[in-house]
Ligand binder design. Structure first.
Ligand SMILES: [Zn+2]
Length: 270
């Protein structure tokens, strides 16, 4: 709850007048938090008014500094909330790209445009430095431009990430989304936007080339020993093993695409 965060953030604020004024304004923060929750559940985040402040003395600069000076700063009581959100990402990986390590907290709606949401916990998501939208000031202008929010959008149980080989020599991959037909058009559009906004094809295809180089000697030997069948059996095991961990990791899509590429399985990568 933003009220608890706010109380602890301003706990040792020296300016007693400002401190009291902020505490007297808690309703503004809780209303903004409720509005965020309502709008994100209805995919209407773009309707939230930008650059909203509380008063002349609690302006955008003060609101943003509650985050940067009192929540990020290790010497303040509010830091405990920062730390608990930071470590909440499974395996320490950024939930936006699922590859790089968490390096900061991202304001899902950037504090530069939504200062009233600068310390709202549901607006704070652990993120890698590259996916940190606060730097990019990425703001949805429509329902379709809402990137996936890890606290509100759970699509892990569906298969939606695919890859294909573009050229075998030199090997090049393309990653793309292929969501289930029964998804709504809105969810498909949001995933598409998320995928391109975070440059996930660019990120995953680089990793895929590296993975291929790493296994090339091994799979060449397998093909030369046991032909197509042994190679396919091995690739299928690799795919199933990764699928059991994460249906939509770049690794899962990588092995799936190798298995389904007849040119590759015929040994033409050698
Ligand atoms: Zn990331």
């Amino acid at each position: 709850m933003v009220s608890n965060v706010l109380e602890d953030c301003v706990d040792n604020l020296k300016n007693q007048v400002l401190k009291q004024e902020i505490l007297d304004s808690i309703d503004f923060f809780t209303t903004a938090e409720s509005e965020f929750e309502d709008k994100i559940n209805g995919n209407n985040l773009y309707q939230i008014e930008q650059n909203k402040i509380i008063s002349e003395s609690i302006d955008s600069t003060v609101l943003k500094s509650i985050y940067s000076d009192r929540m990020v700063n290790k010497n303040n009581k509010g830091r405990v909330y920062y730390d608990s959100i930071f470590v909440s990402a499974p395996s320490g990986k950024c939930p936006f790209c699922s590859v790089r390590l968490v390096g900061a907290l991202d304001h899902y709606l950037p504090k530069s445009k939504y200062p009233l949401l600068s310390v709202t916990p549901i607006n704070l998501v652990p993120s890698c430095n590259d996916c940190n939208k606060d730097k990019l000031v990425d703001t949805p202008n429509s329902r379709e431009e809402e990137t996936l929010h890890p606290y509100f959008d759970d699509i892990e149980n569906f298969d939606w990430l695919k890859a294909k080989i573009i050229t075998l020599k030199p090997i090049k991959f393309e990653y793309y989304i292929s969501p289930p037909d029964d998804w709504t058009d809105l969810l498909k559009a949001r995933l598409k936007h998320h995928f391109s906004a975070y440059l996930l094809n660019e990120l995953y295809s680089i990793h895929a080339i590296e993975e291929f180089e790493n296994i090339k000697l091994q799979i060449t030997k397998l093909f030369q020993t046991g032909g197509v069948n042994l190679l396919k059996e091995h690739i299928l095991d690799c795919y199933k093993s990764r699928y059991s961990v994460n249906k939509n990791s770049w690794q899962t899509a990588f092995y799936h695409c190798l298995y389904n590429d007849s040119d590759f399985c015929d040994g033409n990568f050698i």
